[in-house]
Write a protein that binds this ligand. Structure first.
Ligand SMILES: Cc1ncc(COP(=O)(O)O)c(C=O)c1O
Length: 449
């Protein structure tokens, strides 16, 4: 391909999401009700999720139609461009062809809008008037605020305190779209108060903020809870990314040898890769690489175990690679990657070695992000920068021509203070000590009996 980008027409937006559950050659471990120790029923989830999303969570149908109203909103920014990183290739003197799927062009700056719009739509359809959620870096909170505003739903976002302080403009963005933003842990919930009692200076974590948002939704009849990652229905909505990439690579007359994405809860990586997993299961040789921070290394150093999705043990037990729900990751700037676990679907594929994982320190990640910004122009979100770092490494080491495609999950224009810290040499690396990981994992060892 001699072009710099492949842009599809609006009519090419995929009309159905791809559900990998239909094609898994091995069963997915079911979520477990911690009280009964039995697989979860629909009724267990009904207090916090609308029925349509619960049905998508367990559906085995291969294709699920994107509702017309959701497609209409997707048309604001989708299809997103697939860009060839020609200037980066030249800088790296690589034989690799590097493409990036640019999810940063959504109104909120990341892939999170793909599921936010779908979730707000189904909630509205079932008469939900208020939604609560958590947010790490603020990308998810912004996306849900944008979507709730479109559908006229009130939204309260529990924002991990460290990001609330590090990224004040994400908070402003959520408020512009009409949401209420609360730093977490807060005094508004029992879970928040319990954490603050143990540690009044807690900088929070996604696990803690999830507890607060779930507790709030369960306590209010007009309110449901919405999660921006991890769950099957979230991943389903994100497959719109990989499906578009398939069409775009066909136009570019190329085919991937490597697919690379960063992993927090797993939704952008899964949405990007899962449409290709189908081909890999049929024998196509594609390496799929999930990239995480060394500060929160669930796939590379965690244990494949049933665990709670939140700190206060309010969620069902999920079988996943986890560092333990009490694990509070250090305050790295990639706030969206500070989650103790990883989606069950991604975890299962990792356990079967269909996907692979690697972890990087934040200093090397920011160095790669700056190279990307200098060559390609766009400043990556610190989360997306993890994937970029892996691409740089792969591209530098390949000996023959190959095709690397990376999901550029979001831009970093609200993360510029992190870049300032990096440029001023104020950032440091964190690797979580094995002893701390062992301690948090010990607490979940009884959950599987
Ligand atoms: C830009 C960006 N990329 C990636 C992630 C990680 O989330 P997930 O693994 O669900 O894609 C986040 C989370 O906030 C994010 O904001």
């Amino acid at each position: 391909m001699d072009k710099f980008k492949v842009i599809l027409a609006e009519r090419d937006i995929p009309k159905a999401w791809y559900n990998i559950q239909a094609d898994l050659p091995f069963p997915l471990y079911p979520p477990i009700n911690p009280a009964t120790k039995k697989p979860l029923g629909k009724e267990d989830l009904a207090p916090i999720f609308p029925l349509a999303l619960i049905e998508q969570e367990i559906s085995l149908k291969r294709w699920i139609d994107v509702p017309g109203d959701v497609l209409q909103i997707y048309r604001i920014w989708r299809p997103t461009p697939l860009r060839r990183a020609r200037r980066l290739e030249k800088f790296l003197k690589t034989k690799a062809r590097i493409y990036y799927k640019d999810e940063s062009v959504s109104p909120t700056g990341s892939h999170k809008a793909n599921t936010a719009v779908a979730q707000a739509y189904y909630n509205k359809k079932e008469g939900v008037r208020r939604i609560t959620t958590e947010t790490g870096a603020g990308q998810w909170g912004s996306a849900l605020s944008f979507a709730c505003n479109i559908f006229g739903i009130k939204c309260r976002v529990y924002m991990v305190r460290v990001s609330y302080e590090q990224k004040p403009f994400r908070k402003s963005l959520m408020r512009v779209w009409g949401s209420e933003v609360i730093p977490s842990p807060s005094r508004l919930t029992k879970s928040g108060r319990a954490i603050l009692k143990r540690n009044p200076n807690s900088y929070g974590s996604l696990g803690i903020a999830i507890s607060e948002a779930v507790e709030d939704a369960a306590a209010n009849n007009d309110t449901k809870y919405s999660l921006g990652s991890v769950l099957n229905h979230v991943i389903l909505h994100q497959t719109i990314i990989g499906e578009e990439v398939k069409k775009q690579l066909k136009i570019a007359k190329d085919s991937p040898d490597y697919l690379v994405g960063c992993v927090g809860g797993g939704s952008n990586f899964a949405g990007f890769c899962f449409p290709f997993v189908k081909d890999k299961l049929k024998g196509k040789n594609i390496r799929m690489i999930a990239v995480e921070p060394t500060a929160c290394p669930s796939l590379t150093r965690g244990s494949f175990h049933y665990d709670f999705g939140d700190a206060a043990q309010l969620t069902p037990l999920l079988k996943m690679f986890t560092l333990g729900h009490t694990f509070v990751p250090p305050p790295v700037h990639a706030g969206g990657l500070r989650y103790h676990g990883c989606a069950s679907l991604v975890s299962l594929l990792h356990s079967k070695k269909i996907i692979e994982a690697r972890a990087y320190h934040q200093l090397e990640v920011f160095k790669a992000a700056v190279i990307f910004a200098k060559t390609e122009g766009i400043v990556p979100a610190p989360e997306a920068a993890h994937a970029i770092k892996a691409v740089v490494d792969i591209a530098k080491n390949v000996r023959k021509p190959c095709c690397i495609v990376v999901n550029f999950s979001g831009h970093g224009y609200f993360d510029l203070s992190a870049y300032d810290n990096f440029l001023d040499k104020k950032l440091k690396n964190y690797a979580y000590p094995q002893s701390e990981i062992k301690k948090a994992l010990k607490e979940i060892s009884a959950l599987e009996q």
